[in-house]
Design a protein around this ligand. Structure first.
Ligand SMILES: O=P(O)(O)OC[C@H]1O[C@H](O[C@H]2O[C@H](CO)[C@@H](O)[C@H](O)[C@H]2O)[C@H](O)[C@@H](O)[C@@H]1O
Length: 242
């Protein structure tokens, strides 16, 4: 692991949720959010004039549940954008997968009962953390389904999960859309994530002259990353008081 980075002046922070801000849990509903995390993010966002966004594969409703504070959020891999915490949600027009695909995935579960499916507005996730033996069969099935409409859908490899997701929105489009507007525009983007699905966000941040940081390489664990955020918050508070 390298020395922890110093956040550039006038940074805009784009933060992944699962595996970055919180540790991976056995099931999506079992993640533990440290008590102090939501308020710390809210204070940091205020210090950055609002230029802090959570950019997650989770639907916005779940992000609101786990982080019930006034910060910008992009959910469902960019399919839901809420740039202003108290403002409306922007949803780019995106296709939804045919119902027959979901039914085929359900059928697969009869062979792997410990696997399960998480539905999203424009796709679904096959989780196999409790059934690693379903990984290969799941990949084969979902690849074959996505191949029926390759211009409209992609298969994302996630952490112990396969996600059928619409093309046209991803973490990169979310970061680009946020960077095009206040309070993000003109700042140096820093994207931090742990997963293949974060790479599009990292690439956009780097292309804009900022940093795309893979948590495992730079911070090691979510706990160390949260410590880095806390020290950034303390530094910003000192700077404001000086
Ligand atoms: O973009 P993220 O904020 O990293 O969200 C990615 C996906 O996270 C969730 O699944 C993953 O985390 C679960 C809880 O730790 C874990 O049980 C699962 O194995 C992981 O794949 C979430 O369920 C997905 O909707 C997100 O896309």
């Amino acid at each position: 692991m390298h020395a922890l980075p110093t956040a550039p002046e006038h940074a805009a922070l784009f933060l992944d949720f699962d595996g970055t801000l919180v540790d991976i849990a056995e099931r999506p509903d079992a993640v533990m959010v440290p008590d102090e995390l939501p308020r710390m993010l809210e204070r940091l966002a205020r210090q950055l004039d609002g230029a802090l966004a959570i950019v997650s594969g989770r639907p916005l409703a779940e992000l609101d549940h786990f982080l019930p504070v006034a910060i910008a959020k992009a959910g469902s891999h960019g399919a839901e954008l809420r740039p202003v915490p108290e403002g409306g949600t922007e949803m780019p027009a995106l296709p939804s997968p045919p119902a027959a695909w979901r039914a085929r995935a359900d059928l697969l579960l009869s062979d792997f009962p410990a696997a399960f499916i998480e539905d999203k507005a424009h796709g679904f996730v096959l989780h196999f953390r409790q059934a690693p033996e379903a990984e290969e069969a799941g990949r084969r099935l979902l690849e074959s389904l996505v191949a029926e409409a390759p211009d409209a859908f992609a298969l994302l490899p996630a952490r112990m999960a396969w996600e059928v997701t619409p093309r046209g929105a991803n973490k990169g489009t979310a970061v680009a859309s946020l960077m095009a507007r206040s309070p993000f525009a003109g700042r140096v983007p820093i994207f931090v994530g742990d997963d293949v699905t974060d790479e599009a966000g990292m690439a956009v941040a780097r292309a804009a002259g900022g940093l795309g940081l893979r948590l495992q390489d730079v911070f090691g664990t979510p706990d160390v990353f949260r410590g880095w955020l806390a020290s950034l918050e303390t530094r910003q508070a000192r700077g404001a008081a000086a």
